[in-house]
Design a protein around this ligand. Structure first.
Ligand code: NAD
Length: 348
């Protein structure tokens, strides 16, 4: 059984603990948190508590440490764990920038230990529905993907509002959405443009739109918005032979496919609800068909199973450190674009 300990027993630390205790392949050695209220909560659930981080790292029974603290502590806690001979699963954003990640990866290499970011949203159902449809080729090749998440409550009033702690939405949700798109698109990112706002919180971004252009011609819009009361679809994907929409987290949505890519244009102008227009007149009904979204089954616990098997040397990591480095480089470029304005040309 793969033995795991957690540093930072907050919202996500608690979630990790529940997952680890539910699986046969993993066991929870214990947790450490600087806040005694959190360790009291852990103890009340029958979880072992370490008095400090050094005690946790000194426990020879632990294979892997999960770093689940606010973002600005990820680097030092990860390095300490690697140097103590532990594998590390680090919460996202794995570091504050690409340079920090390169330093940590060098330590992991020297220690001969695994280091992987927790990009659990690769196992999200909505994302896997999109990936399934695109991989099947049923609506041809994608040329433009919109991926967005929207809330109406602003940012929780915790460290997520504080710049030095790694607050803001590019680090928080942005990293998940960028990771999903970059994992799917097998091509370098060549342009990054960010439109960044601080609508309710001066210190950090709480609303951004990020345009990525890939070398293979695909473009993607990634949008995170914390203050919208009417949501746009979670996914809107334009392909050469159709369009797919996933409306929400329940994965309602549909595919509209061109039955015949070619069709006969009307003679002369067409009178439509939009007035006289030939371009925006609806397609002939017989030239399109509607399909349901496919069913997919996913299990986010496969993340831990894969990590444990990779630590035994019997499987490749699904979330690779070099992939995290590409994502961090895009985040660096996104901040540069958002702060200076204009598009950042790159080859990431
Ligand atoms: P949180 O504030 O709920 O919990 C953080 C915990 O870390 C707190 O209990 C705090 O006391 C503790 N802590 C702070 N500094 C510490 C230190 N130096 N040593 C030990 N403990 C320390 O925050 P959260 O929502 O659980 O987020 C934590 C991390 O998890 C962040 O990096 C966040 O981005 C990430 N996260 C990931 C997901 C995901 O889906 N992968 C979801 C939520 C949060």
């Amino acid at each position: 059984m793969h033995s795991i300990a957690i540093v930072g027993f907050g919202g996500i630390g608690n979630w990790h603990a529940n997952n680890i205790m539910e699986m046969d392949e993993t066991g929870l050695a214990g947790v450490y948190d600087i806040n005694p209220k959190r360790t009291e909560l852990a103890a009340s659930k029958g979880i072992a508590v370490y008095p400090d981080y050094e005690a946790l790292l000194a426990d020879a029974s632990i294979d892997t440490v999960i770093v689940a603290t606010p973002n600005n502590f990820h680097k030092s806690l990860s390095i300490q764990a690697l140097q103590a001979g532990k594998n590390v699963i680090c919460e996202k954003p794995v570091m504050m920038n690409a340079k920090e990640l390169q330093e940590v990866l060098a330590v992991a290499k020297e220690a001969g230990k695994l280091f992987a970011p927790h990009q659990n949203r690769r196992w999200d159902r909505d994302f896997n529905i999109v990936k399934n449809v695109l991989d099947s080729g049923v609506i041809g090749k994608p040329f433009y993907i919109e991926s967005r998440v929207q809330g109406a409550k602003g940012i929780p009033g915790d460290w997520r509002c504080v710049k030095e702690a790694g607050g803001g939405m590019l680090y928080d949700w942005g990293v998940h959405l960028i990771d999903q798109i970059m994992w799917y698109v097998d091509s370098p990112v060549t342009e990054v443009y960010t439109h960044m706002l601080s609508v309710k919180f001066e210190d950090v971004d709480d609303n951004f739109k990020l345009m990525l252009r890939f070398e293979n011609g695909l473009s993607a819009l990634i949008e995170v918005d914390t203050y919208t009361f009417i949501n746009l679809p979670r996914w809107h994907v334009s392909c050469t032979e159709g369009t797919m929409v996933v409306d929400n987290w329940d994965c309602d949505g549909r595919i509209v496919k061109a039955k015949t890519v070619e069709f006969n244009w009307e003679e002369g102008i067409v009178y439509t609800a939009a007035g006289p227009t030939k371009t925006m007149a609806p397609r002939p009904k017989e030239s399109i068909e509607e399909l349901p979204l496919p069913e997919v089954s996913v299990d986010c616990k496969d993340y831990y199973r894969n990590f444990a098997r990779a630590a035994q040397g019997v499987e490749e990591l699904i979330v690779q450190p070099w992939q995290a480095l590409r994502v961090m480089k895009v985040i660096d470029a996104a901040f540069e674009s958002g702060q200076k304005g204009g598009c950042v040309k790159c080859h990431i």
